[in-house]
Design a protein around this ligand. Structure first.
Ligand code: PMP
Length: 420
């Protein structure tokens, strides 16, 4: 429909908007809060071949055995095609749910397949959990910074995000205690703490073992549910998988997992492990959202897990990502101007870089893109406008040589800014 002839018969331009949206008066109130993430807006630029993108967090699946996957998909269609292409259970395929329990056992979780709900990626799991728990203005406690995709969900359900400080060891327990006390003193309802304990997106840090116990204790005492989002847990570089929060608190933790980083994101298979009563509501929510998660994708993942050495594949992923992490850290150490700070992640995809005082990563981005390097400004990961001095750098996708070149270009941009 052309903007000269909007359905409302009026032309409406929202304050601060440069685009006409003639439907603006028709949207639900919650839709007004939906805006394209800064990452999405960047993708078109960052995907140009001349740009070194340290922006997106796309898993690097170039090492997957495509011949094995192709054979498994072929067998799936020829042997189980009518099931694989049919509707399935709203809770998800029972065979896959058992395999998911085997995967979670690596992190100390003992679970029953009945308590697992398969979702369309863990992104949908965040959505379903928020849908069943949150009314407008309910508080969701989130780390500062937090995963941009989860913040988008919380915004869509009109939750109030309250950020809780992190440091090199992850969420700071005293800050969590204070945030809970402050919210309660203000008469606000806290629905859950959303946390990414392992190889955090975007901060790169991991919650220490001592703090895991403390965080659980604080939430238990304050009767706050924990939403543990753990897509990167098996991608640690230097150690065995870390014990999940859920392993020690089956009733107080809802756990989210995903095959996006340990296999491939294109199948869109993730899951929720929830206390039994909550699981019932999640299945109802899943049925109203999608009827059922896609049978074909679930059976494909299930076949991959059965027919392939998936744990060996994860080890290969770990090695590849560790090499890239090292390339990024070495480049930062060699080139970055003094007064820039960053962490050394022990797994996952991300480094959080804080610029020298006075610099603004968001304002600098157009100049960085002109210099053919892209990153995500820190403000994307805060619900409250903070994070301007920081940025997320992803090392997962480019080759080590490209990472070094990207850091070289970025250093040039920062040095120019410092001279201005
Ligand atoms: N949670 C976190 C912390 C993530 O980083 C991502 C993907 N970037 C997701 C959830 C969603 O992953 P998926 O839907 O592919 O499982």
């Amino acid at each position: 429909m052309s903007s000269e002839n909007p359905p409302s018969g009026r032309q409406v331009r929202r304050a601060g908007s440069t685009r006409l949206d003639s439907y603006v008066d028709r949207y639900a109130a919650r839709t007004q809060g939906m805006t394209a993430s800064e990452i999405r807006a960047l993708f078109s630029v960052a995907s140009r071949p001349e740009v070194v993108s340290l922006a997106g967090g796309m898993p690097n699946i170039s090492g997957l055995p495509l011949d094995v996957v192709a054979q498994a998909l072929h067998d799936l269609v020829s042997e189980h095609g009518t099931t694989a292409m049919q509707y399935g259970s709203g809770q998800g395929d029972p065979v896959l749910r058992e395999q998911i329990c085997d995967v979670m056992r690596l992190e100390g979780i003992e679970a029953h397949p009945d308590d697992v709900v398969v979702t369309v990626g863990s992104q949908q799991a965040v959505d379903l959990v928020t849908r069943i728990f949150c009314d407008p203005h309910d508080v969701v406690l989130c780390e500062a910074p937090s995963y941009v995709g989860a913040l988008g969900v919380f915004r869509a359900y009109e939750c109030d995000v309250v950020h809780v400080e992190m440091d090199r060891d992850g969420l700071v327990p005293s800050a969590l205690r204070d945030a809970i006390a402050t919210c309660r003193a203000q008469g606000r309802r806290i629905k859950f703490l959303y946390t990414i304990p392992n190889f955090h997106n975007p901060a790169g840090v991991t919650l220490s073992a001592a703090r895991r116990a403390e965080v659980l204790e604080i939430c238990r005492e304050a009767d706050v549910l924990v939403l543990e989002d753990n897509p990167y847990g098996l991608l640690g570089f230097d150690q065995e998988p870390i014990r999940a929060l859920r392993a020690d608190e089956p009733d107080g933790v809802i756990y989210l997992g995903s095959f996006s980083k340990t296999f491939a994101p294109g199948f869109r298979v993730g899951w929720v492990l929830a206390p039994h009563a909550v699981r019932e509501k999640l299945v109802l929510a899943q049925e109203s959202a999608t009827l059922c998660p896609p049978a074909f994708s679930q059976m494909a993942v299930s076949a991959y897990l059965t027919q392939h050495d998936w744990q060996g594949q994860i080890k290969q992923f770990q090695e590849m990502y560790r090499e890239r992490r090292d390339a990024m850290i070495d480049a930062l150490e060699d080139m970055m101007p003094a007064a820039s700070r960053w962490n050394v992640p022990a797994g996952g995809f991300y480094v959080w870089l804080t610029l020298p005082d006075g610099l603004d990563a968001k304002a600098m981005l157009p100049r960085a893109v002109t210099a053919r390097v892209a990153y995500v400004p820190g403000t994307a990961f805060f619900a409250d406008g903070f994070g301007a001095q920081s940025m997320r750098l992803s090392y997962c996708y480019p080759t080590p040589e490209r990472i070094r070149e990207g850091v070289r270009r970025l250093t040039g941009v920062i040095e120019d800014e410092l001279e201005l």
